[in-house]
Ligand binder design. Structure first.
Ligand code: PLP
Length: 406
């Protein structure tokens, strides 16, 4: 297991020093949202104190400084994802809004009634419901890649889902329930053989693995700032310029126009065409700071360290009688979903909470996957580079305690 200076990393996250119910906080809900390092919070504070003015087209000093900071943040995201150009980076409110944008604009511009989008059984609701809304609105159809017993995508079935009506594939990079790291390069390669573009939901991947959108050849790639140590309310849609150019705007308003008369409006160039209204220009700079923070530790180091934590926790959990871990994929992120005997996931979650341990319980916004697994929900633990084996030991002892109690 790779060694990180976790002691000093933890000092960057004041919340990790808190106690809950007089117990030291153990935060294992990182797949839902990550904690924020001081530098990110300070970026927000100094942004509002020193560079706050509405951006773009302002002639005054502050507006120009804020515009420059926001556009520099866009360049940092471009570099982080290795996108070809900053014009391919659209700031959104998060993964959910980014997928809704593509679902709406892509189905309007590139799909006819009866055309098909392929998703998978392991998608988060945010990569299911937007397509259902479009299906009801425009008559497109949804096809679903099944998941195997191990919790991997059934790639043979995936290949069979393509038809002449397939217009888009939209799949998650890492499952927020099973932890499965999907073979996204292969998924994209197969779709491209059919001249079908691919959207990858990177919400769980960007905090954990190196993402290079050009190497992947992804047509669209989306993620949320708050899951990668950045602020809430900001996220990213990466899209190849050739696709973004084809798509109509998602929302209308200020910033996204070139000219407006009552007769006709012409739209701004990329990326502004998709950024109606005042953007979160403080959030963008804080997100860029979060990405710098992650890069300083090294995404390879993070992946290796978190993988070590996940495997250690899985090994320990497996020693507990009656445990069932969902998701046995060979390639796994730092997410573990489990149930123990007849114990309800809520009971387990609530009792662990009283012992100071934050875990997630329920369907994890993946009800269709729960139906496939034949369960209502799970207990989910998910790790960050600031977690430790010692915390896992405490967690395991606590789970055993809860098990005996119930
Ligand atoms: N996709 C996946 C795989 C997720 O795990 C999540 C959040 O848990 C989302 C999408 C939605 O992200 P957000 O709520 O930040 O838009």
């Amino acid at each position: 297991m790779i060694m990180l200076d976790v002691e000093s990393i933890r000092k960057d996250f004041p919340i990790l020093g808190h106690t809950v119910y007089d117990k030291p906080l153990i935060y294992f809900d990182n797949a839902a949202t990550t904690q924020k390092p001081r530098s990110v919070v300070e970026k927000i504070e100094t942004g509002y104190y020193n560079v706050n003015a509405n951006i773009h087209r302002g002639v005054h000093f502050l507006s120009q400084a804020a515009t420059e900071a926001h556009e520099n943040a866009r360049k940092e995201v471009q570099r982080f994802l290795h996108a070809h150009s900053p014009a391919e980076i659209i700031f959104t409110r998060g993964t959910t809004e980014a997928i809704n944008l593509v679902a709406s604009s892509f189905s309007d511009a590139c799909m006819q009634p009866g055309d098909e989008v392929i998703i998978s059984e392991m998608e988060h609701h945010s990569n299911i419901v937007p397509w259902q809304i479009q299906a009801a609105r425009t008559g497109i159809a949804i096809k679903v890649i099944p998941v195997t017993e191990k919790g991997e995508l059934c790639m043979d079935r995936y290949k069979e889902l393509f038809s002449e009506r397939t217009k888009l594939v939209s799949a998650t990079h890492i499952s927020n329930v099973l932890g499965t790291i999907n073979p996204v390069e292969e998924i994209i390669g197969i779709a491209h053989q059919h001249q079908v573009p691919v959207l990858i939901d990177g919400a769980q991947a960007v905090p954990h693995v190196k993402v290079d959108v050009q190497a992947l050849d992804a047509d669209f790639y989306v993620f949320s700032g708050h899951k990668v140590y950045g602020p809430t309310g900001i996220g990213v849609l990466y899209g190849k310029e050739k696709w973004l150019d084809k798509l109509p705007p998602y929302q209308g308003g200020g910033e996204m126009i070139a000219t407006v008369t009552f007769e006709k409006t012409t739209f701004n160039e990329l990326p502004f065409k998709f950024e109606a209204g005042t953007p979160d220009y403080i959030g963008s700079t804080a997100l860029a700071e979060a990405l710098r923070y992650v890069e300083n530790i090294g995404i390879g180091n993070i992946a290796a360290y978190e993988d070590g934590l996940m495997r250690y926790a899985a090994e320990k959990l497996n020693t507990i009688e009656g445990v069932r871990i969902f998701g046995q994929s060979k390639e796994k992120g730092s997410v573990l979903s489990f149930l123990i005997d007849h114990i309800h996931h809520y009971d387990m979650g609530m009792l662990l909470d009283r012992l100071g341990i934050a875990v997630r319980t329920g369907h994890h916004c993946a009800q269709p996957l729960m139906n496939v697994l034949g369960i209502e929900g799970t207990v989910r633990i998910s790790f960050s580079f600031y977690n430790t084996k010692k915390e896992i030991d405490t967690f395991i002892t606590s789970v055993e305690r809860v098990r005996t109690m119930l």
